[in-house]
Every structure is written in C-alpha cells, then in structure tokens.
Ligand binder design. Structure first.
Ligand SMILES: [Zn+2]
Ligand SMILES: [Zn+2]
Length: 337
C-alpha cells in the first residue's frame, strides 16, 4: 500500500518547509527503506539554495520495511543506501566500476527521493546491509566520508606503491574523510598534512591526528613535499599549490568538484613523472572492506560526526553545517515515529 507521509520540502533560497508526499510500493528488485539517519553533504547546498521537487539526502542509512518482487533481502535488514542506482550490466558495472556506470538509473537523493524523508525506495543492488550492531548515524559514514576517500586512496595507490606522506587541501567533510581513512589504511603515525583557511577546521583536523597548515601561507605547504596530494576544495589555486608541492613521482588526486587546473606539462608532469587523477564517489564493491574498517575503527570515524539533530530541526542542521564550524552533521529520525 502506498504510504502518505510528511516530508521536508526544499523550495530554494535556503528555506526548508514541509509537504505531504506519497511513497509508492517498491517495484521489482526494489526495497522500501525506513530512514534512520542521513548525513548532510556539501553538495546538498545545491538543493538547499536552488530548490528541488524531490526529497534530497544521499548519505542515508535505515531499515528495510517492505520488499518488491524479485528481491531476496529480508524485512528488518539494516543498511546504507549507495547513491548511484547503477545498472549492473554495462561495461563499467561488469568490472565492478559501478561509480562509472554508463546506464545509471538514478542518484538516490539527487534525482529520486532520498534520506531527509521518512522513506526511500532503492534497488536491492544499491542497498548495502550493515548487520545489527552499527548505529545508523555511524553507518552513514560508510558513504561519502569513508567510501569516497578510500576510493581516492586506492586511485593514488594505482600510480604509486610507496606512499609515505599525504597532503590534503581542504579540511571540510571530504578532507576529513581523507584524513581519517589515510590514518586507518596506513596507521595512526602516518604523516598527514591538511590545509584550510579556517582555523576552526585546522584545529579540528589536528584533533584527528593531522598536521594543520594555513591554506593562505604557501611556503609551509611547499616545504611538505608530499608523496600524494588530494584536493578536496575544488579550487584552482589549491590544486596548483598542491601539484607544485609534490615531490618527484607524486600525484594529485582531485576529489572535490569545481574549478579547473592549468598544467605546464613538461615541468608539472613529464620531468617529475607526476600524474593528475580524478576520483568520483566509489565502487559498491568497496563497501564490504570499508564496513570491516568501520567496525574496527568506530571510535575514530565517529569523531568526524560533530552534531546529530532530529529531522524536525533540519533547517537548523543545515545552518549549522553551512557555518563551516562542524565536522559531519547527521540528521536522525525515530524509526518508530
Ligand atoms: Zn555527498
Ligand atoms: Zn552500469
């Protein structure tokens, strides 16, 4: 039976109201998921300021409450929803590169209803079960925070096996994810340098084990000479500085969308044998390893979440997040309400 529910409405201009919405029954291969938590993402800015007719939220975790035909997931299964409703059949999907699907059906929370509402419909193929123990707010860290950053680290490892230091431009949510995953993958003592213009963000990153650098002071960043640099700012000036700071055989992995980058190919790439790579979201098949890493490092990863607010305070949660003085802000919902 279709479900009528009150959901947040995003008309634009930084306003969140509410509306009544009807959720259809899950179709073949689909699950109806009752949402327990959704983390706010920087890309939600777009829906918040420009408005959208769908219910946003693409870092969601919840519980299966109804299943469509041709599914095997049991009701009551807890899990996280992978953003991309990938086809499973195309050339990319066949090798597991689901983040590069060429026939993607939707992006949950960006083109179809997502995690700020009480329910979301997801294909079983992009629902990732998490077991019974992990709190749903913590489970949202499997998505943009752990998933996107560990994929970027894997991209870096493709071009360089001997990574001994990492520099991250930008200590927002993506940068913090990169910081935490670098520490988890390479060890607590592994040197991670991170820059930001915000003293608050630098201090917060330092509390998670990084060396904080002022993004407006070039020389200390150039002196790092990192093996790998990650850009989480999307700014050309930050990418340029990161590329220049790299040591020989270093690479720049661009994770944050945004501006461009002008290359002096001989000096930047050929002589020092550097690479510039892009890294987009992550592959669905990377979630299993990340779940094990999350279970083993729950305390560290949970520290990235600085605020949890009920969905009734969604407007306040966005204002807090956009103040720039938070880690991840997670919006929660009472599953029994
Ligand atoms: Zn996101
Ligand atoms: Zn595909």
């Amino acid at each position: 039976m279709p479900i009528e529910a009150v959901v947040p409405r995003f008309p634009g201009n930084g306003i969140i109201t509410s509306k009544t919405h009807t959720y259809r029954d899950p179709g073949p291969g689909e699950l109806l998921v009752r949402i327990g938590a959704n983390a706010i993402c920087g890309t939600d800015r777009h829906e918040y300021f420009n408005g959208t007719s769908i219910v946003p939220g693409h870092e969601a975790a919840g519980v299966v409450v109804d299943t469509g035909p041709d599914t095997t997931t049991a009701g009551g299964t807890r899990g996280a929803i992978y953003l991309m409703d990938y086809c499973g059949d195309c050339r990319s999907c066949r090798i597991g590169a689901t983040n590069q699907c060429t026939a993607k059906r939707a992006d949950v929370g960006q083109t179809t209803d997502g995690g700020y509402g009480p329910y979301a419909i997801a294909h079983e193929t992009n629902f990732f079960p998490i077991g019974d123990d992990l709190p749903l707010p913590v489970a949202t860290m499997l998505l943009d925070v752990m998933g996107t950053s560990s994929h970027a680290l894997r991209r870096a490892e493709l071009v360089r096996p001997d990574i001994e230091s990492v520099y991250i431009a930008g200590a927002g949510p993506i940068g913090l994810g990169l910081l935490v995953m670098t520490k988890i993958r390479y060890g607590a003592d592994f040197p991670v340098y991170i820059s930001d213009v915000s003293p608050w963000r630098r201090d917060f990153a330092e509390s998670l084990g990084a060396v904080g650098l002022d993004a407006e002071r070039e020389q200390p960043i150039l002196d790092v000479k990192p093996d790998m640099a990650f850009d989480a700012t999307g700014k050309e000036v930050a990418r340029r500085l990161a590329l220049t700071a790299l040591d020989k055989r270093g690479s720049l992995i661009c994770v944050g969308h945004g501006e461009g980058l002008t290359l002096n190919v001989s000096v930047d790439l050929i002589s020092p044998e550097r690479a510039v790579l892009g890294s987009e979201y992550f592959r669905f098949d990377e979630m299993a390893e990340n779940l094990q890493l999350l279970l083993a490092n729950q305390e560290l990863v949970s520290r990235v979440i600085t605020h949890q607010l009920p969905v009734a305070s969604l407007q306040e949660a966005f204002e807090l997040f956009l103040s720039g003085e938070t880690g991840k802000v997670v919006v929660t919902q009472d599953l029994d309400a």
